[in-house]
Design a protein around this ligand. Structure first.
Ligand code: SAM
Ligand code: FES
Length: 453
């Protein structure tokens, strides 16, 4: 069966540094060029291109196989993409100068490379070398720190389209030698390019990390800069059982709050459509958004249902930011703000929907029981609660994002954690909710819902 006219397998295998392989020989750029060429010629419905692991011609990459023809290309450069697509895929004439013609020689080369590779693995294992993925885990902080320092110093904005290290150092008020090393590392990570002595942003770093970028995420990423500091105290937090977080959210200062709410807004804006779709906004006329942050979810619920009025309940010093986001969405008439303390306030009554997003993980189990009882009391008969949060398996070991996030709460809150579905079910039932359900969403968080009879 051939569902498509052509299926291309392009090797993008990453090998340890110094070992020949397609990734090191520029496979990503070749693949990109092929994809663009296929799209430009309107062939995306007929031609599938799949990046794959090694096909055994590692010293002659980037390699590409075209099926159903079974044509093996080697040494394919980005400049060859147009010719391959036009000549082979459109006119049925493989590009002879890049094709491997001797099947026997090819099979021998594949076997030789496979044997060399397996022998290398055995030798590394015998020498007690750590597996690459474990090494990567141990050194992962380096990539993260390079990017966060660049954001902290606003390096990408300073680099722009073409700048030397000396100019960047002057703009950001930093040491020239240190700046140059940082810029070189950013090139190695693929977030800058370097041509001679001149550095430039890539499309991705321009879009997310420069002033005026299409989706400027610098303010939100500054929240991760703060998290990095706290994660560096993880050992202390594990020893002490948490409680090293310092000031609670209301007292962390306006810079911290700005980047925190900006980060919440980015996350929430990305997930809001899926959450509103899954939770359902129809039939809701009054909604309470407990710890609503930037208001991104309330805005999305109100946009989905013109009858819906939402109240974003949050700390007094957060709400001016919330009002800014609501005004930017032009929905002030239906999304209001309400100051208060979600740890103790009575929320009122008569709401059709109480939404609690990314709040339960800040609290202890006892605080969550208390919170959910007050949410229950705030609902009208048949009203619903929707909780949006990381929801762990019973062993609390998966999903990975939730299990790691629990440590984020260990270092960042007094008693927060990620909780399991069973814990949420228990608290909701204890508060009086019925029809308790878990709604699975793509991505890191899920919904838990319950209804007040
Ligand atoms: C992790 S954020 C989640 C924001 C929003 N619900 C979302 O999902 O994007 C937690 C929110 O709870 C608010 N918050 C923390 N402690 C609070 C308290 N004691 N009373 C009211 N709001 C609080 C924070 O200001 C923040 O907006
Ligand atoms: S790494 Fe691409 S063929 Fe081996």
């Amino acid at each position: 069966m051939e569902p498509l006219r052509f299926h291309l397998f392009a090797c993008e295998q990453q090998k340890p540094e110094g070992v020949p392989g397609c990734a090191a020989r520029g496979a990503a750029r070749t693949l990109d060029a092929l994809r663009k060429e296929i799209a430009a010629r309107g062939l995306t419905d007929e031609v599938q291109i799949t990046s794959c692991g090694s096909i055994g011609l590692c010293e002659r990459g980037p390699n590409l196989i075209v099926y159903p023809d079974g044509v093996w290309y080697s040494g394919v450069q980005p400049e060859d993409a147009a010719e391959i697509v036009e000549s082979h895929l459109q006119h049925g004439r493989p590009v002879a100068r890049l094709v491997n013609n001797d099947a026997g020689a090819l099979a021998a080369e594949v076997r030789l490379n496979r044997d060399k590779y397996l022998a290398g693995l055995r030798a590394r294992d015998a020498a007690g070398a750590m597996p690459d993925d474990v090494m990567q885990m141990i050194r992962g902080y380096q990539d993260s720190r390079v990017v966060l320092t660049a954001i902290e110093l606003d390096v990408f904005t300073a680099v722009g389209d073409r700048t030397t290290a000396a100019e960047v150092a002057q703009t950001i008020g930093a040491d020239r030698r240190g700046t140059e090393m940082l810029l070189n590392a950013l090139v190695a990570l693929g977030l800058l390019t370097k041509d001679g002595g001149a550095f430039a942003v890539t499309p991705v770093s321009r879009r997310f990390f420069t002033a005026g970028g299409q989706n400027d995420a610098r303010a939100a990423t500054m929240h991760t800069v703060g998290q990095w500091e706290r994660w560096s105290k993880l050992t202390d937090a594990v020893r002490a059982g948490g409680d090293i977080a310092g000031a609670e959210i209301p007292h962390r200062g306006s810079d911290w709050l700005q980047s925190f709410i900006a980060a919440m807004h980015r996350n929430a804006s990305e997930r809001a459509a899926a959450v509103v779709h899954a939770a359902g906004a129809s039939g809701v006329s009054r909604m309470l958004d407990v710890g609503g942050g930037s208001g991104a979810y309330s805005i999305a619920f109100a946009q989905a249902n013109p009858q819906l009025h939402a109240e974003v309940f949050d700390l007094e010093n957060v709400l001016p930011m919330t009002r800014g986001y609501i005004a930017a969405a032009g929905i002030e008439s239906r999304v209001a703000t309400r100051p208060g303390d979600l740890r103790s306030d009575v929320f009122g009554s008569g709401y059709d929907l109480v939404f609690v997003s990314a709040v339960c993980h800040m609290l202890s189990p006892a605080e969550n029981r208390d919170l959910l009882a007050r949410c229950f009391a705030a609902l009208a008969p048949s009203g619903r609660i929707v909780i949006n949060d990381f929801i762990l398996n019973a062993e609390k070991t998966a999903p990975k994002a939730g299990a790691l996030f629990s440590l984020n709460m260990l270092v960042g809150t007094r008693q927060g954690a990620s909780y399991s579905e069973d814990e949420y079910r228990g608290w909701l039932a204890e508060a009086g909710f019925e029809k308790i359900e878990r709604i699975r969403l793509a991505g890191p968080t899920n919904l838990m819902t319950g209804t007040r009879r």
